[in-house]
Design a protein. Structure first.
Length: 155
């Protein structure tokens, strides 16, 4: 076995936390999260991104490329509709890294308070470490938009 010191990377970690109020009831907001990280997910440039979520304990969150090809992003660790969703796995990182994503919801009158946290550790590439906060901000804002659109349909 040969080990090259120039190929070694150090273990890194990061935490991204966000809180936002979404102008929709908690149940609708929870459904918007599942849609926003599943069938209605899109990238900041507006392109669809084929993610699927199986909303039960142990369910997969994965990028479906068709014909049995894809990328496992994580598995549902905890789901307690409509207040909590936790996912653990590699997410977009196809290398030795572990991520934990948590969506915690609390009813706040007619609105919902969403507390989001993404914790990661491993051999994290700079482009993931540096770009992930922008991506999550976009997805969280999109979840708010999806929740408000669902609310309009209900009314």
């Amino acid at each position: 076995m040969t080990t090259s010191t120039q190929d070694r990377q150090s273990i890194e970690s990061f935490i991204i936390s966000r809180e936002l109020t979404i102008a929709a009831p908690i149940q609708i907001t929870f459904e918007a999260i599942l849609d926003g990280i599943g069938p209605d997910v899109q990238m900041p440039d507006g392109k669809a991104f084929p993610l699927k979520i199986e909303p039960w304990p142990g369910g997969r969150w994965y990028r479906d490329l068709g014909e049995n090809a894809g990328h496992l992003w994580g598995q549902v660790q905890v789901i307690k509709p409509p207040t909590l969703l936790e996912i653990c796995g590699p997410l977009m990182m196809s290398y030795p890294a572990m991520n934990h994503v948590q969506y915690r919801l609390k009813a706040d009158g007619d609105a919902t308070r969403l507390t989001f946290c993404h914790r990661a550790m491993g051999l994290i590439l700079p482009e993931h470490r540096d770009g992930v906060a922008t991506g999550w901000q976009y997805w969280l804002e999109r979840i708010g938009s999806l929740a408000q659109a669902k609310l309009r349909k209900v009314k």
